[in-house]
Design a protein around this ligand. Structure first.
Ligand code: TEU
Ligand code: CA
Length: 555
């Protein structure tokens, strides 16, 4: 297949430095007015993304799904959900994006399928011990009548990780494992049939011209033999706390690396493809084992995402990331937001951040929006100068805050329902984004409909009011990405220059660009040099850099 992408030089492969833009498809742009974003919507807005200066789009799942977990419950891995369009719409998107130099990355969900997947329906209709059941994790219950779940594992979304089924004979019978919602039964990845199926699914999309995959829950596929009880249930993706006595029974097991290698071989048969793991494994030295040269190309740097906007913490996590990823020859990746966490323009200025996967509800202490925006911009500007790959979550280029006053009646995240509202879940970062300040639905949807209501404060962040308006977050992102590209910062090396500035800041050099951040205090003297970009509106040479501000200087 002919693509307009420049040829890769060895060691300079596109994924080593790419800026990848995450689309949450139901909330990006609605092409047919039903209030849910779709593929024609994405295609119609490609110009805005080309102007932003990204290299690739990763879209959250577009595949067929009952949408119990917004598409992370897949019922057909080889088709597009009618909600989002058709396979032809998808091909059209891949082609039109390629024409603008933008690659498309698929989201693949291999840990579990939808409970409406034909395989699961077959499993339910078959006997215990059958080959149909062996594709999933069915087990007999404990207790006299099998009424107690097979072990004590909890779902990440709250409640038990097991659901009991009614057997074909009408009696209560076995239990099946679901690390997430009961509509998301876990596959048994020790079953060769499951492995063969996913290899074929990979090829299906690679043959269609996708640039690669973001792999969902990549660290969860293999469960410990015998499914032993866990000594501390805490329903998180990394299985924290770190002082757990026994190894975790389903996060980050050694057996997963074998699967990583099988997939890498498949991708290597194609040209220029890459896969990125969603693997919440800590610490970074362990995470780096996921990107050894015959495994994933990239893995999301969640240690970085979880780091507060504090000088010492930022210094430490950046050093550790570069050290650990370089040690295995992989690029570091940098990410601040995604569809599972509180948007960083809210999170980094909020003192009571709930545990990962949770959000902020209307009766929680409310964040300071102004401080949030300032820190959010600073964190982004500090991140985008770093060597390696970077991820941007739709809306962050607008400085968009989290929706923190969403009424429970609108919520859709299974977390909200499985915990009876105790954890409000992730809907606050998934609200449809604003395009035009004065259109219905802020231009998200022609009729003004929106599957989650947009808060009024979104108006001020609309793309049209920011476009070509100096000092806006959107123009800041555009200039940072343009400089990043023209100075090849993604392929560069970081050298700290903290000795050049006051103690309240951090300063690094990458190529001929110097990036300075001030974390606190009245102001910091900026080293001399041409100002290439800055978060501090009006900053000129000789001015002091205020707290929570960043400047890029040419040296
Ligand atoms: O994410 C992993 C994941 O479930 C966590 O980030 C999660 O959101 C949090 O711990 C909940 O408490 C992936 C997807 O990104 C997420 O959207 C899916 O819901 C999940 O897997 C299941 O497929
Ligand atoms: Ca639609």
């Amino acid at each position: 297949m002919q693509t307009p992408f420049p040829e890769n030089k060895a060691g300079h492969e596109w994924w080593r430095s790419a800026v990848i833009y995450q689309i949450y498809p139901r909330s990006f742009a609605d092409g047919n007015g039903d209030g849910i974003g779709d593929i024609p919507g994405i295609t119609s807005r490609l110009d805005s993304l080309a102007e932003l200066g990204i290299d690739a789009i990763w879209s959250s799942p577009l595949t067929k799904s009952p949408q119990k977990d917004a598409g992370y419950d897949v019922s057909d891995y080889r088709d597009i959900d009618p909600l989002f369009g058709t396979l032809e719409d998808f091909d059209d998107l891949v082609a039109k994006a390629a024409a603008k130099g933008i690659r498309i990355i698929m989201d693949l969900v291999p840990n579990h399928s939808s409970s409406m997947h034909p395989w699961f329906l077959e499993a339910l209709a078959s006997e215990p011990g059958s080959k149909e059941r062996a594709r999933y994790m069915f087990r007999d219950g404990k207790g006299e009548n099998g009424e107690v779940p097979p072990n004590n594992w909890e779902s990440v979304f709250g409640g038990a990780a097991w659901t009991r089924v009614t057997e074909p004979n009408g009696e209560l019978g076995q239990w099946y494992l679901h690390i997430f919602d009961s509509s998301q039964p876990d596959f048994d990845w020790t079953n060769p049939e499951v492995r063969a199926e996913f290899e074929s699914v990979l090829r299906f999309w690679l043959d269609r011209g996708v640039a690669g995959f973001r792999i969902d829950v990549a660290h969860g596929l293999i469960k410990a033999d015998g499914l032993p009880d866990i000594d501390d249930n805490n329903s998180t993706m990394s299985g924290q706390p770190k002082d757990r006595a026994k190894p975790h029974p389903f996060w980050g097991l050694e057996g997963v690396h074998e699967i990583n290698r099988e997939w890498r071989k498949v991708l290597d048969e194609y040209q220029d493809r890459a896969m990125c793991a969603e693997a919440w494994v800590m610490p970074l030295s362990r995470m780096a084992t996921w990107v050894r040269k015959d495994e994933y190309h990239q893995t999301f740097n969640f240690a970085y995402l979880e780091t507060p906007w504090k000088k010492d913490s930022q210094f430490k996590v950046i050093n550790e990331s570069i050290k650990e990823f370089s040690a295995v020859g992989a690029p570091a990746t940098w990410v601040l937001s995604n569809h599972d966490v509180i948007r960083h323009s809210t999170r980094l200025s909020y003192d009571k951040v709930p545990k990962q996967g949770d959000g902020i509800g209307p009766d929680y202490e409310q964040p300071n929006e102004e401080l949030g925006l300032r820190r959010g911009r600073a964190a982004s500007a500090f991140m985008l100068g770093l060597p390696g790959g970077a991820y941007i979550y739709q809306g962050e280029e607008l400085g968009l805050p989290e929706h923190t006053t969403l009424d429970g009646k609108f919520r859709e995240d299974p977390t909200y329902f499985r915990t009876n509202g105790e954890r409000v879940g992730r809907d606050g970062c998934r609200v449809p984004i604003p395009w035009e300040a004065n259109s219905p639905g802020y231009g998200f949807s022609t009729e003004g409909k929106s599957w989650l209501p947009q808060p009024e404060n979104f108006k001020a962040y609309a793309r049209d009011v920011q476009t070509d308006n100096p000092g806006t977050t959107l123009e800041l992102y555009k200039s940072l990405l343009q400089i990043r590209k023209s100075h090849e910062l993604g392929h560069g090396d970081l050298v700290w220059k903290n000795e050049l500035i006051a103690e309240t800041g951090l300063c690094y050099q990458n190529g001929d660009v110097m990036v300075v951040a001030n974390f606190e205090g009245a102001g910091l003297e900026v080293p001399a040099g041409e100002i290439l970009a800055t978060t501090q509106v009006g900053l000129t040479e000789g001015d002091q850099l205020e707290a929570d501000q960043v400047v890029w200087i040419k040296i």
